[in-house]
Design a protein around this ligand. Sequence first.
Ligand SMILES: C[S@@+](CC[C@H](N)C(=O)[O-])C[C@H]1O[C@@H](n2cnc3c(N)ncnc32)[C@H](O)[C@@H]1O
Length: 194
Amino acid sequence: MTSDDASAGWDAVAERFAALRSDVGTDIVLRWSRQLPRGGAVLDIGCGTGVPIGACLAAQGFALFGIDPAPKMIAAFRANVPEAAAACEPAETSRFFDRRFDGVVAIGLLFLLPEAAQTAVIGRAGRVLPPGGRFLFSAPRERCDWEDSLTGRRSRSLGEAEYDALLAAAGLKMVRCRRDTGGNDYFDAVARGT
Ligand SMILES: C[S@@+](CC[C@H](N)C(=O)[O-])C[C@H]1O[C@@H](n2cnc3c(N)ncnc32)[C@H](O)[C@@H]1O
């Protein structure tokens, strides 16, 4: 791992992450996806290997776009979800934000980023969604920080109140929060009309 590692340590742990990643939370993403137009375009930010989230969205017939700055993650994503478009880029600068999407997902991502980058990514998600478009992301409801067990890096949830405020500033409204069987929280937000 080098200091210019845009994946913040995730490329180095890609194989271990793939071996440990369970299906937990897939049911929540699937349920969320039923609110989207059939065959719509979905952006998966921090897509990892594409298993299970990207593969399950592609199997539902969505046009999937995955971005992840870890070369090993994106190589696995391309192999696991060959029908998807993929870019090895960080969310903060990815060119995939140049187009519109019906839905955006960011599972296990936001809290890995510094606070300013979390704000920037929420803003970018808001700008690619039309009114009624949906943004689903996971993060603990409570404001907290902890050491990631795989990368050893600090993770930080800004907490529900702060995410609520950042979503509002990005033109999004928090609709609900769901918890999966592993105790992870998912925020479901909708893009407001202008
Ligand atoms: C915990 S994994 C989650 C992967 C996938 N979303 C899942 O649910 O299996 C976090 C992912 O975020 C990626 N990541 C790290 N920094 C990122 C950034 N700045 N922009 C986009 N993705 C990033 C990592 O490379 C890693 O693949």
